[in-house]
Design a protein around this ligand. Structure first.
Ligand code: AP5
Length: 213
């Protein structure tokens, strides 16, 4: 099964994608994670995108399509979760062409609907484990022991450079200007299902499972 998780910054795409990886063995393809990895590797591409990401703007279609293409060419039988990709109509068209060329079928697109006010609260409290990638929140999902990841015991807990009020404003604007059109795009193709992302993590996961059934 191959799916897209679509939603604004902080909607919970990464949180739900990680659950699907654990429960179904699917492969998470997060362009945000790939770009952050490129930044820490110090590659030329990583240096080029760092400032764009920190400002909350979208990096070019060409770069993210290239990243996704590399992963699809590696092949995988358990299915992909596209997390944070596509984000523009150009990326959506490119993904269709790429999947078709590689004989991969897109099963469904799950839109996670969350109010802007909840997004601000989610983003401003988020931190992640630099070792295993587990996602936490100061209020809704703190670590059990202060400063220690519940999953792997690492103390390398980080906040993202773009998780601040100024960048978030730009990220939301980018979402409404460039990404939200994809809701209509996938609806018109008969591929869209929407879930209420304002619910708790378990309830959202249950609704996603229903959408995938
Ligand atoms: P990316 O990393 O994709 O960030 P994003 O889309 O802004 O999404 P987030 O990771 O912020 O949120 P999420 O929906 O995954 O929420 P999470 O599960 O963490 O992109 C970063 C940047 O990279 C972009 O701005 C752009 O520059 C660039 N980029 C990436 N892809 C690109 C592309 N395709 N094209 C161009 N540029 C691209 O949850 C958030 C918090 O809420 C957590 O603390 C979590 O614990 C909590 N939470 C989750 N679910 C719930 C719930 N149900 N109830 C309460 N709290 C919850």
């Amino acid at each position: 099964m191959n799916i897209i998780l679509l939603g604004p910054p902080g909607a919970g795409k990464g949180t739900q994608a990680r659950r699907l990886v654990e429960e179904r063995g699917m492969v998470q393809l997060s362009t945000g994670d790939m770009l952050r990895e490129a930044r820490t590797s110090g590659s030329e591409m990583g240096k080029k995108v760092a400032a764009v990401m920190d400002a909350g703007q979208l990096v070019t279609d060409e770069i993210v399509i290239g990243l996704i293409e590399e992963k699809i060419l590696e092949g995988n039988s358990a299915g992909y979760i596209f997390d944070g990709f596509p984000r523009t109509l150009g990326q959506a068209d490119a993904l269709n062409a790429l999947l078709e060329r590689n004989g991969v079928k897109l099963d469904t697109v799950v839109e996670m609907q969350v109010d802007d006010s909840a997004l601000v609260a989610r983003i401003s409290g988020r931190f992640t484990c630099g070792n295993c990638g587990e996602v936490y929140h100061d209020e809704t999902k703190p670590t059990q022991a202060d400063g220690v990841c519940d999953e792997c015991g690492s103390t390398d807990l980080k906040r993202r450079a773009d998780d601040n009020a100024e960048s978030l404003k730009t990220r939301l604007m980018e979402y409404y200007k460039k990404t939200s059109a994809l809701v209509g795009y996938y609806y018109a193709r008969g591929e869209l299902q929407s879930v209420d992302g304002l619910q708790g993590v378990e309830e959202v996961a249950a609704d996603i499972s229903k959408a995938l059934a």
